[in-house]
Design a protein around this ligand. Structure first.
Ligand SMILES: Cc1ncc(COP(=O)(O)O)c(C=O)c1O
Length: 416
């Protein structure tokens, strides 16, 4: 990892600290059969989306998740678009989406002409709050002609799209019960949670259909790529059809409807096959890194390390802490700058989607938990290949920053 050079414009602080090697947030580890399989792919000439590796990658991912079918796609976002399409989400429908998430699921909802309804996070594990979903469905929706409608907008509610953020699962049983009660499809965004578990099951095999991402910072990467998984043969078939330009006749080029060019290439799938072989190792490494950070930060006033629910198996894909500035005297953004000066990359959580200019419209209730998490959270370096000394350096800079800080309430008292 120390061979990775930092982007010049961001990490060009002068002074002795610039001698330190850059520690990135989360970079891939390519240490298995990647070269071998990609070479096999190149040697065979099967480099496009046709060829044995795509199917092999699909099968290995379906096995990993426990689902019957898997359909590879060019990205997690494309997989989400396919999932929403096969679940029958249509123009003018509404879909309940976690507000504390990367923007892709909300964008995918718009791709099919539907509208996201943003749901707040719960404070303990930072996932979609089932109580908020329940309250919205009970208090703000009504059945009309046998279909559930949002009273305020008049639109039909079609699905729930929980996002398992940061490698930790959402609490799914209450969400699944609500989905059954209100006849809603459940589309899991499992892009950040490959390998995570909820009770006895894996994320990606909890709802009707789920999506994974293999972009560069994910626990398993193909450079870029995604996968839709489902137990429904009809949905898998339809996703495959839509992802290959909805081609009915490959000789005459007859296309039954408007489709997409969303198929993953064989080259990427070859890399994916090798990465899946390393998944258990990657999860072990992420969990070990998480344990070390949690032990280092556990008893610091005002610092909340990421937690794992008793019903969850988290991969700790992106290790994150919360900083309550009033208590510890350091905001998440101040710590980010201190880490940056020490050539250590960190990152806040995403702007909650209900505040995003891309999705903000009209009146939207405040979603205070996600807004607080956005203020307080900072993700720390946790690449699978993070060395012990590198992690110790991150811990030292965090502890040093906190030691030198004075809580805001003490500062205020001194100024009185
Ligand atoms: C929660 C979430 N959903 C969807 C995506 C989209 O995946 P991709 O970047 O492969 O399109 C990502 C990651 O990038 C993500 O973090």
């Amino acid at each position: 990892m120390s061979t990775i050079t930092a982007p010049k414009n961001i990490w060009s602080e002068p002074g002795p600290q610039s001698e330190w090697p850059f520690i990135p947030l989360s970079v891939p580890q390519i240490a298995g059969n990647e070269w071998c399989y990609v070479k096999e792919c190149l040697d065979s000439g099967w480099v496009s989306s046709v060829g044995p590796f795509v199917e092999r990658f699909e099968q290995s991912l379906a096995t990993e998740v426990g689902s019957r079918y898997a359909v590879a796609a060019v990205s997690g976002t494309a997989a989400l678009h396919l999932a929403l399409s096969v679940a029958g989400v249509q123009t003018g429908d509404e879909v309940l989406v976690s507000t504390l998430s990367f923007i892709a699921p909300a964008n995918a909802v718009r791709y099919v002409g539907a509208w996201p309804v943003f749901i707040d996070a719960e404070p303990d594990y930072w996932q979609m709050d089932p109580e908020k979903v329940k309250s919205f469905l009970e208090k703000q929706c009504n059945f009309r002609n046998g279909k559930l409608h949002n009273e305020a907008t008049g639109r039909r509610i079609k699905a729930i799209l929980p996002v398992h953020v940061l490698g930790h699962p959402c609490e799914m049983d209450p969400l699944l019960q609500l989905a059954r009660k209100y006849d809603l499809a459940v589309i899991e965004d499992a892009t950040e949670s490959l390998g995570a578990g909820y009770k006895e099951r894996k994320t990606g095999h909890l709802g009707d259909v789920a999506c994974f991402s293999f972009n560069g910072n994910k626990i398993l990467t193909t450079g870029g790529g995604g996968m839709m998984v489902t137990d429904s043969e009809a949905w898998a078939r339809r996703a495959r059809y839509l992802s290959t330009q909805a081609k009915d006749d490959p000789v005459e080029f007859i296309h039954g409807e408007v489709g997409y060019n969303y198929r993953l290439t064989s080259l990427q799938a070859a890399m994916g096959c090798a990465q899946v072989e390393m998944l258990a190792h990657a999860i072990r490494a992420k969990r070990r890194i998480a344990q070390t950070y949690t032990e280092a930060f556990r008893s610091l006033p005002g610092v909340t390390p990421m937690r794992e629910a008793r019903w969850a198996f988290s991969t700790f894909w992106l290790y994150t802490i919360l900083l309550d500035e009033a208590v510890c005297g350091v905001s998440s953004r101040t710590l980010l700058r201190h880490l940056e000066n020490a050539r250590i990359q960190s990152r806040p959580l995403w702007q909650p989607l209900h505040l995003s200019p891309a999705h903000k419209r009209g009146h939207q209730d405040e979603l205070p938990v996600a807004e607080r998490l956005n203020r307080e959270a900072l993700s720390l370096p946790c690449s699978v290949g993070l060395a012990t000394q590198e992690q110790q350096r991150v811990v030292d800079v965090v502890l040093d920053t906190l030691r030198k800080a004075k809580p805001r309430r003490l500062r205020a008292r001194e100024n009185e």
